[in-house]
Design a protein around this ligand. Structure first.
Ligand code: AHR
Length: 633
């Protein structure tokens, strides 16, 4: 028998408890959330014609070419490459963009095409744009007539006649002469909130449905970079999209076993867009900044302490960008981007996954500068990637001495580890810093193994572990699964919460676990016990209970990791409950089950159940995560 006791524990569930970790890994931003369909739209990749084919241009038989593209550096500033096209005859010289593993287009939908053109000698009369399928069949067509030798923006709309997952964009130049083109861009009109040049609607919807308490961005390792020069620098990601300097993505795994040499960051989603997304989702923005240490798994490059100032200044200026009024220089930039109101930033992260004395030294400099100027901003610090290792303990000890507020812990481990660690925070110091469980995911094979699966066993173990996060809500303030997104044809890391291709996306079992927690956080922790002990794995069962003061409900989360259904009697102490409640079950009797684009084996189902006086009698199916919700009368 379980006992549900309404006695006040004095422990609040933080509104930030269940949140989102976003990183541009697995084509999560470019090729994913960012709805731009043209890869290398401004010819700035290391190989400037990567992603572009020239079917009628054979560099080995120069005399027979009907045309060719030269990449020239003509412009000042960050985005300086342009394609200078020479068309020599009327045989149909064209450029074809392959998109991000193709382009997903929908029949009848409208796509905004835009580009910059300078018609150098006026010889090009028309530029024709065609959406084509893999066989070259034309699925939609439009054109522009370029005027004049000065740079000018042209805009037109494409409406495909057929839905196609692997379309390409073919651009044909009519006439003969020399023309310069740049920033060739194609976006669906149907983006999240209909924003021009915005985000993929289906993907943002999935984030919205998680009801996240916070949005952590922009990573992960991309914050750090493999070398410092390639770290994430937020100032380069704001202002007009065409001026944002492109960067090789940290997950551009040119030299790894799963090559994605075409992975760059256009920063079409930059810090403004992350703040705006946080606002759309009703989530607290949680930016993480470089602390002057490149990824310690790579070069571990360190900025000397006497050169740390610009890094610290980036943090100070970011707070002004987010919160400063429009008379401040960074507040002005925010205003110029269409958001005069502040974003109300409350948290800032210093360093992603750094460890050791080098980190502590740098953290101190950041903490002093931030607190001197913005005493109310809450700083999130790191503890490194190896829970319970030497540097982990060292980091915690040092951070405690420094009165750190929130420490970020990361763990990727086996399903067994997750179940065993449901008691992890029971022993944490109640006087010490709070915990941000900032990255976690159960690994079915081994950490970051390409064989890992988003299977039910992993998701169920995460649900069990999360009962321990919630039971310890006086210590654990924020939590997030990682990574968030993966393109089915271009990923570097598994498992991931949401998988997508260019047309569709699907929710993994792990997603539904997060969704059930995120939509049922409650406001106050109460206790559910068996023989006066918390339920942390006895007979494979795990449980936690909260009250939601706003809806006047009790919410009980029970996880049955055993292979048998378990009859559960819950005695209620301290409050009267309604006679009916709802029971939401996420379950499957096969631990190896998964979801996919065409199958949903694991999804929550809600039904009603009846209560007897002061007692709930429910059957918790084998291998299931159940939420019981009842009104308090
Ligand atoms: O989530 C994938 C990676 O795992 C993150 O970028 C990094 O912080 C961690 O090592």
């Amino acid at each position: 028998d379980y006992v549900l006791d309404f006695k006040d524990t004095g422990i609040d569930i933080q509104p930030t408890m269940y949140g989102i970790f976003f990183e541009d890994i697995n084509f999560a931003a470019d090729g994913g959330l960012y709805a731009e369909m043209i890869k290398n739209r401004s010819f700035e990749f290391t190989l400037p014609l990567m992603g572009w084919e020239q079917p009628n241009s054979d560099r080995h038989s120069f005399n027979k070419q009907s045309g060719y593209a030269n990449i020239v550096t003509t412009k000042e500033g960050t985005n300086h490459n342009t394609a200078r096209i020479t068309v020599r005859d009327d045989k149909g010289y064209s450029l074809i963009n392959e998109g991000f593993r193709g382009m997903g287009i929908k029949a009848g939908a409208k796509y905004d095409l835009s580009l910059m053109v300078a018609n150098e000698d006026g010889g090009i009369k028309k530029i024709i744009f065609q959406l084509i399928d893999e066989k070259g069949t034309v699925l939609g067509e439009t054109s522009v007539s370029p005027q004049g030798a000065d740079w000018k923006k042209y805009e037109t709309v494409l409406t495909p006649s057929k839905t196609e997952a692997k379309a390409k964009l073919k651009i044909t130049f009519e006439g003969t002469g020399v023309v310069n083109v740049d920033m060739i861009s194609l976006f669906p009109q149907d983006t999240w909130k209909g924003r021009k040049g915005g985000m993929r609607k289906d993907l943002v919807q999935k984030l919205y449905d998680l009801n996240p308490g916070f949005l952590r961005f922009p990573g992960g390792c991309i914050v750090e970079g493999r070398v410092l020069e390639r770290r994430y620098q937020w100032k380069k990601t704001v202002g007009p999209a065409e001026d944002r300097e492109i960067l090789v993505n940290r997950w551009n795994t040119e030299f790894d076993h799963r090559p994605t040499p075409d992975y760059f960051q256009s920063f079409g989603i930059g810090f403004f867009e992350y703040f705006q997304l946080s606002e759309d989702l009703g989530a607290e923005p949680l930016p993480i900044l470089s602390c002057g240490m490149a990824c310690q798994f790579n070069t571990g490059e360190l900025v000397p302490m006497d050169e740390l100032d610009p890094y610290v200044q980036d943090a100070i200026d970011l707070i002004q960008f987010a919160n400063g009024d429009t008379s401040t220089s960074w507040g002005k930039v925010r205003e110029s981007m269409g958001h005069p109101e502040p974003f109300n930033l409350k948290y800032i992260g210093v360093g992603n996954e750094q460890w050791g004395p080098d980190y502590i030294e740098r953290y101190k400099a950041f903490a002093k500068a931030i607190k001197d100027e913005y005493p109310d901003i809450i700083i999130v610090s790191g503890s490194g990637p190896f829970p319970d290792g030497e540097y982990f303990d060292y980091g915690w000890e040092e951070l405690k001495k420094l009165d750190a507020e929130i420490v970020d812990e990361h763990y990727y481990n086996t399903p067994e580890w997750f179940k065993e660690n449901a008691t992890r925070y029971d022993a944490y110091d109640r006087e010490g810093p709070k915990v941000f469980a900032g990255e976690y995911a159960a690994q079915s094979v081994a950490i970051a193994s390409p064989e890992n699966r988003n299977n039910w066993e992993c998701a169920l173990s995460e649900a069990a572990f999360m009962t321990g996060l919630e039971r310890n809500a006086d210590v654990v303030y924020l939590t997030s699964y990682a990574p968030l997104f993966a393109h089915a044809e271009g990923w570097q890391w598994t498992p991931d919460l949401i998988w997508f291709n260019n047309l569709e996306s699907y929710a993994t079992p792990n997603y539904y676990v997060q969704q059930m927690y995120g939509n049922n956080p409650g406001t106050d922790l109460i206790t559910i016990t068996e023989k006066k002990e918390p339920i942390t794995g006895q007979d494979g069962m795990f449980a936690t209970a909260v009250v939601d003061k706003n809806t006047k409900e009790v919410i009980i989360k029970i996880v049955n990791t055993s292979e048998h259904a378990q009859e559960t009697d819950i005695k209620v102490r301290g409050k009267k409950l309604a006679t009916k409640g709802t029971m939401t079950i996420l379950g499957n009797d096969k631990l190896e089950s998964e979801n996919g684009f065409d199958m949903e084996n694991i999804a929550p189902k809600t039904s009603e159940f009846e209560l007897k006086s002061r007692k709930m009698e429910v059957e918790i199916p084998a291998y299931s995560f159940v939420i019981l919700k009842v009104k308090i009368s």
